[in-house]
Write a protein that binds this ligand. Sequence first.
Ligand SMILES: N[C@@H](CCC(=O)N[C@@H](CS)C(=O)NCC(=O)O)C(=O)O
Length: 227
Amino acid sequence: MHEVVYFDTPGFAEVSRFCLEISGLEWKNTVVNWDGYLELKNKGDLPWGYLPIIRTAQGNIAESNALLRYTGALAGLEPEDLYTRAKVDELVEVINGWREAFTPTFSIEDLDEKIIARQALFVEDGKMDRALKAISTVFEQSTTGWLADTESMSIADVKAFMDTFMLFSGEFDGITADMLAHYPSLLAFHEKMSNDSRVKNYYADADEARWVFRPDAFSNVGTSQHI
Ligand SMILES: N[C@@H](CCC(=O)N[C@@H](CS)C(=O)NCC(=O)O)C(=O)O
């Protein structure tokens, strides 16, 4: 059996939790707090000192993108064709880079400074504004409706959906859902993903922290732009 170990937030583990769920395999979601994390670290259970990990019959795997590829393969969200798979990976890496633009703001202690630093990323031509416009363009240009132009959902779609919309849950000071009003195609991507039956079922009974992944999450924010 596979066991995901992480904090209770979506964070770095949500994509893999979702993939394991839709894989149909038996899996366990183990949630730890900070003390639990330290205990695992001190025991040497974390290959690189960080969570999430997945425990498998063969050993523990770390690094969220490795987890995503592994669980994505189990879920059938990894294309067979190597070129297509590489294009999916290309998007996964680019989206990861955007997250890294946001990460340094976590270490800003002063709340006002943190809010200013975050909002600067989302103003016109800020790093996150460019990122959100880039996903919008990729979605607009897809001939299949899936980001990497695959015939069905791939891990790039899961990564883009979860990494992007979790930012707007209200958990991150300075980032509010109404900021999404500038990105109608991104809202259309949200509509597509959140209405996919696998996504919809997974979040039907989810806790409040995961409201951003539900179909009506941003219905008050703006109009989605259908292509
Ligand atoms: N590159 C790692 C980063 C994971 C990461 O930063 N995990 C955080 C939790 S969100 C962590 O374990 N922090 C513990 C610490 O900073 O000591 C990945 O993608 O999995």
